[in-house]
Design a binder for this molecule. Structure first.
Ligand SMILES: Nc1ncnc2c1ncn2[C@@H]1O[C@H](COP(=O)(O)OP(=O)(O)OP(=O)(O)O)[C@@H](O)[C@H]1O
Length: 772
């Protein structure tokens, strides 16, 4: 080979969309170019408008635009493919430069930025290859007419070119950005702009002060080494690009699915590659790539493992069906050899595995859902004639007290319960109250025991205790070994020769996704499973998305993340319009940071645009369902390009509702009245191959859909109330907790939508929607 060829990210994305024949011409082009860039057949020459940009021929109709970018390690000239365009779409108003902030090569094509802005800024477009005689039907080039335009107020007022430059906006876009007068013009201007320019300009247009942009956007993208604007070779080495080799064809065929694997945002890449001195946490709003970062982190850690067998890395998450998704994604990122070193298991399953190890043979209990245990507690209270009796505690209150305080803090005795912290639990309990509560809890757990069942919470608590004891043995062994100068420990007390000799922490690294929902016992178990030290725990989560009320302060369970907490703020999933709607749902509420502080969504944003969410109310459930069916049929047509077409829709459209009953009704209605097939979302993923995914809002956690309808968001549903206007509980703290949880549920649901979101209700709307 005589040249090295790489693809600029935008060029690669454009290539995904080209016709098969053009793609295949491109593969041939790459082959020939790498052998000899000066081959006369390629006709490589600089463009008139900008000598840094070359164009080469790709068949008779297409052109490849390239830039020279120094030499590679072997001294071969290095070239970067900037774009592949039809020759009619190549104008001279192109620019390629090294960004002063990011130090990366940026390509800007002014022919796509919008006529009115160009006109206002006095820019005229010239085709790079003028047509000899334009065909009459051909659309004229979008060249600006030198007409005078009425003065209009610029969108970005009070900003100078110098400020935009300092914030990192690409040079050719600066004057144009100062000339745009409305959001539509700005959308056009930044549609194909480099990410840093796009992010900064949208931030400014949304009213972010320049100092916030500098802190939250510009500083994140700053190059680690000094930037020389003429050194394209160094600039290229700072970038993630696809190097053209024999595999490039497969890479391009993979299309959009590949993006998350290759092009990490600098703020994401930093989190993946950093060496942490202890547990680290990444937070961030929905769709900011926390899961992506967690997956890359696993890859990064796996690559550094010394050779060996076993699974020294644990990847765990709260929701069972997400583990399947994580496994699939990870296996497309890693080799089978590295995959074999990773244990991927959902946290409850992991706790059950450990709890199973600790249970004496024949005494393994069946695990039951909380609602089953709650039913037993209700029976107990009725039998004891205590339900909302003189003490005024209902089953829900007692169950939460047991879960959050007794199990949450592994409170072993009545005396310890008297001393237990009950922060955030509402209703104060006197000592005699605590005495009565403890007795009831004892009766309740004895009842479960007699039935031979335990809750997942109990199993987690048992697992945590077992694991903590195990970790203590590991430490004791190590200390003893150090004392005796590293000798063998065969004769140590408690060593029964049955494997204790090989006792060590279960994992070397643990990566946790959906951290906001783990129970305190889960955290204690995880803490004990990995030796405290560098890169031990990597925790991704967003407390705004907490759905199960398991609040925990990591510091209190021995996980200290101070100084190692970071936040991602750029959404890769959802449009700005959908984000605005979703954020209104949680605004004003306070969320913890998995410790004693608070988390915020400050700076949470998107550079994607789309239609405003559709909010609509109906008189009755049937009216709402009929409208929902119409919406879904229209979406199906739009996505498949033909009426009645279902092929290829599955997994792209979803409908969700607050509870199973409503979900069932929706699925039945759609099948019976609209001829739409549904796949219900279960714990193990979608059941069947129906075209529309239907599930509860809880089930949608961690997933994403191109188009999403949230139905039945009526008053009394979110949050649930006994009757319109009457809360379910008289306890104000509990009511506040339920309200916050309802907000989170709707927030999670709304942020599953990528492009289009519809929210509907019948009767009065949920107060969370802010519509009247
Ligand atoms: N650097 C990237 N390049 C391309 N796509 C990305 C990138 N980072 C994230 N994405 C995409 O954005 C979407 C959201 O990512 P991800 O699921 O990791 O976000 P999240 O923060 O975990 O979201 P949630 O909290 O809602 O579960 C996914 O489709 C992912 O592939």
């Amino acid at each position: 080979m005589n040249a090295r060829l790489s693809l600029y990210q935008k060029a690669e994305e454009e290539l995904y969309k080209l016709d098969r024949t053009v793609k295949s011409d491109f593969y041939n082009f790459c082959h020939r170019f790498r052998l000899n860039p000066d081959h006369p057949g390629l006709d490589l020459k600089p463009l008139k408008g900008n000598a840094r940009i070359y164009r080469a021929k790709l068949g008779s109709s297409y052109r490849v635009l390239l830039a020279r970018a120094g030499e590679d390690v072997k001294g071969l000239p290095s070239w970067l493919v900037l774009a592949v365009r039809h020759r009619k779409d190549v104008y001279e108003q192109l620019d390629v430069a090294v960004n002063r902030i990011s130090g990366e090569i940026e390509f800007v094509d002014l022919s796509v930025v919008g006529e009115s802005t160009l006109r206002r800024a006095g820019v005229r477009l010239t085709r790079a290859e003028p047509e000899a005689a334009p065909a009459p039907e051909e659309a004229p080039a979008p060249a600006a007419e030198p007409v005078s335009t009425p003065p209009a107020t610029p969108l970005l007022t009070g900003l100078s070119a110098g400020e935009l430059r300092d914030l990192g906006v690409a040079e050719p876009l600066i004057d144009l950005a100062l000339a745009v007068t409305d959001e539509a013009e700005l959308d056009l201007l930044v549609r194909d702009a480099p990410l840093l320019s796009k992010d900064v300009l949208y931030g400014l247009a949304a009213g972010m002060p320049p100092e916030d942009i500098r802190a939250e956007i510009t500083s994140q993208m700053r190059a680690d080494t000094p930037v020389d604007p003429d050194d394209f070779g160094s600039a290229l080495s700072r970038m993630t690009v696809t190097t053209v080799d024999e595999d490039v064809q497969a890479a391009i065929e993979e299309g959009d699915f590949r993006l998350w694997k290759v092009f990490l945002h600098p703020s994401q890449a930093r989190l993946v590659e950093r060496e942490y001195s202890g547990p680290a946490r990444v937070s961030g709003g929905p769709g900011t790539g926390k899961t992506i970062v967690a997956l890359h982190r696993v890859h990064h850690l796996a690559r550094q493992l010394p050779p060996g067998h076993g699974k020294p890395i644990l990847l765990t998450t709260f929701t069972k069906n997400l583990t399947t998704e994580l496994r699939a994604r990870l296996s497309s990122l890693m080799t089978p050899e590295l995959m074999a070193r990773v244990d991927i298991v959902n946290i409850d399953q992991l706790a059950a595995r450990v709890a199973g190890e600790s249970a004496p043979p024949g005494r393994i209990k069946n695990r039951v859902e909380d609602r089953v245990a709650l039913r037993e507690l209700r029976h107990l209270l009725v039998e004891a004639e205590l339900e909302s009796g003189p003490v005024g505690w209902d089953a829900e209150f007692l169950f939460e007290e047991w879960e959050q305080v007794v199990l949450g803090q592994s409170v072993p005795t009545r005396a310890a319960y008297f001393r237990a912290r009950r922060a955030g639990r509402g209703k104060a309990l006197t000592r005699p109250d605590r005495d009565r509560v403890w007795k009831l809890i004892e009766q309740f757990t004895a009842r479960l025991d007699k039935l031979g069942v335990e809750t997942w919470g109990q199993s987690a608590e048992r697992a945590a205790r077992f694991e903590i004891e195990r970790a203590a043995k590991v430490t004791a062994r190590r200390e003893h070994k150090a004392e005796i100068g590293g000798g063998d420990l065969v004769h140590r007390d408690g060593d029964d020769g049955s494997g204790m000799r090989y006792l060590r922490h279960r994992y070397r690294h643990i990566v946790v996704d959906e951290a906001q929902d783990l129970r305190p016992a889960h955290w204690k178990m995880l803490r004990a499973m990995v030796e405290p030290g560098p890169d031990d725990l990597f925790i991704a989560g967003d407390t705004h998305q907490r759905l199960y009320g398991n609040q925990v302060a990591l510091g209190a369970v021995g996980i200290n993340i101070r100084g190692r907490a970071s936040r991602l703020t750029l959404s890769y999933r959802t449009t700005r319009e959908i984000l605005a709607e979703a954020m209104a749902v949680v605004r004003g509420e306070s969320f913890d940071d998995l410790d004693d502080g608070t988390d915020t969504l400050d700076g949470y944003r998107s550079v994607l645009r789309g239609p405003a969410p559709l909010l609509a109310g109906y008189a009755t459930w049937d009216d709402e369902l009929a409208a929902l069916a119409q919406t879904l049929l229209a979406w199906r047509t739009e996505l498949t390009g033909r009426e009645g077409g279902a092929a290829g829709v599955s997994g792209r459209i979803a409908v969700c509702a607050a509870d199973q009953e409503r979900v069932g009704r929706i699925a039945e209605y759609l099948a019976r009245h609209a001829g739409l097939t549904c796949a219900e979302l279960t714990k193990d993923g979608p059941r069947g191959s129906g075209e529309i995914h239907v599930g509860t809002m809880h089930r949608l956690k961690g997933l994403e859909y191109q188009r999403l309808a949230i139905a039945g968001v009526s008053e009394g549903v979110l949050p649930r109330s006994a009757a319109p206007g009457r809360p379910r509980t008289q306890d104000p703290q509990r009511a506040a907790r339920e309200l916050r949880r309802a907000r989170s549920v709707l927030f999670v649901a709304a942020t599953r939508a990528r492009d289009v979101l519809s929210i509907s209700w019948h009767g009065a709307p949920s107060p969370l929607l802010g519509v009247r």
